[in-house]
Design a protein around this ligand. Structure first.
Ligand code: MN
Length: 196
């Protein structure tokens, strides 16, 4: 089975100024593509050759196959939660909003806590909003290719804090990237993931 790089669900110019065309071009066209290529080069002749991407992420031991498969999953998950600023649903509603308020008191407090988690991932990694096995929501931090699928958590939202995600647009100012990130998160997508 050959894994493919999914097309971006928007034009590469659409997320500016939060993420520039250049930044998205490298992030999706070079980094994401490289993880796809690496995975396709690594799996022939292994037990992972005909497995779905999510099964590889769940079953592969620590090492290059896991790293590249998880990075393919994580990046697709990240890009598909965005919409141009004017089109993105800016706040969650309904069952998701209730779950957020139950866990974090308010949407504003959730945003604050998630932003703080993303800002304090040491080195390369990801911040996640997940549903735990007991149905509660949690904010988690993962290093490198860390992915909630390996812990039976259902991912809802993620922020890529590898430097390649923000360095072209924000240089070392990770908190500025995280602040701008909220402008393009489409809560309609997150609601759909929660309802699935
Ligand atoms: Mn990335």
């Amino acid at each position: 089975m050959t894994h493919q790089l999914p097309s971006l669900p928007f034009m590469a110019t659409d997320l500016a100024p939060v993420l520039s065309e250049s930044s998205l071009g490298f992030h999706h066209g070079k980094h994401h593509q490289a993880y796809v290529n690496n995975l396709n080069n690594l799996i022939p002749g292994t037990e992972f050759e005909n497995m779905s991407l999510t099964d590889i992420v769940k079953k592969a031991p620590a090492g290059p196959i896991f790293n590249n498969a998880a990075q393919v999953f994580n990046h697709t998950f990240y890009f598909y939660q965005f919409k141009p600023s004017g089109q993105a649903k800016k706040r969650p509603e309904g069952a998701l909003l209730q779950a957020i308020e139950k866990q974090f008191e308010s949407f504003e407090k959730f945003v604050e806590e998630f932003s703080s988690a993303a800002a304090t991932v040491f080195g390369s990694g990801w911040a996640w909003l997940v549903v735990e096995k007991d149905g509660s929501l949690a904010i988690t931090k993962e290093s490198n290719a860390g992915c909630p699928l390996t812990q039976d958590q259902k991912p809802l939202l993620t922020c890529d804090v590898w430097e390649h995600a923000y360095y072209l647009d924000y240089q070392n100012r990770r908190p500025d990237y995280i602040k701008a990130f909220w402008d393009i998160v489409d809560w309609a997508v997150v609601e759909e993931r929660f309802a699935e």
